[in-house]
Ligand binder design. Sequence first.
Ligand code: ATP
Length: 351
Amino acid sequence: MPGLKLKNISKSFDNTVALDNVSLELEEGELLVILGPSGCGKSTLLRLIAGLEELDSGEIYIGDKQIDKLRPKDRNVSMVFQNYSLYPHMSVEKNLAFPLKIAKQSKDYINKQVTGTAELLDLTDKLKSRPGELSGGQRQRVAVGRAIIRNPAIFLLDEPFSNLDANLRTKMRREIVRLQKNMNTTTVHVTHDQAEALTMADRIALLDKGRLVQLGTPKELYSSPVNIFVADFLGYPKINLIDGSIKNGILYPFGCNLEKSFKTDDCNKITIGIRPEIIKMRENGLFEGKVTDSVYLGDQYVITLNFNNCKIVISGEKYPVKNGKIVKFTFDLKKALYFNRLNGDRISKIK
Ligand code: ATP
């Protein structure tokens, strides 16, 4: 299956810039998740690839072929929408067969494809049912089946799980990844859910206000975010972001020696990013805070502390702690992230 290339694409609606000079390249068979807050341009990006919107500028290629001037039906792209868009009066069988009928495929071929796709998606015993007789998860599977039955070059998914409950959503994420890997179809999946992006993506493209902020593997974005926006968008509980400074090699408000880890020694305005899971409550911890909250998440407690008037959240604790208790905690300074508070960019350490 060919890859996909977006070259300097831009799109505005009246005075709203939906996408601003975005370039991306997907390898063959890659699953790219487009992630970002509401209104950042995710759906517009998908609709431009599908041909449902026209580019203001830029180019789109599938493999070596430029497709941005082609009509949607000539692009060999399939899209699954949030609301499934199934034909309510048609059986599952007819819904699945529809794209192949339009493409004037033979009856034998259509029957073979419908049987195979229904088996793949565990829908064989639902072929005679209408969409209204199916559960949300089953409807979702029919929508996916209808999109993949044509063996598209590119598979596009726009927030496909937003109408499903949490359990089903987790299950469908795994199913889509399994299916996508089996078919090896280059896929662009849009979501605003960071957990979905982290669990499904080969790579994530994080957008903000129509701009591509960072492109990388889930691990790269989580561990090496380019700026505060990326660090804050990924991870639950959220990263602790604490205003601080470095003066003569000492990191405030923690009062620890950073031992020349940074190029700029004197940095008055920094933000220190500490993931909740790297902080540990220890009797011999270097720092002291007052507990303000303990939340039970089933497999762990999340504890909130007040430290020097900063809120610090710690995850992965086995036991709750009473509000008001003074506890000691520690973390590895080398694992913290440091940002320039003025522009939000991460400050690179000396290797
Ligand atoms: P959400 O997560 O809420 O679906 P999104 O990231 O998919 O948001 P888009 O739907 O791509 O965002 O919209 C990007 C921007 O472009 C928004 O400001 C939106 O209001 C605007 N926009 C999108 N489509 C149109 C349109 N047809 N007419 C006018 N403005 C539009």
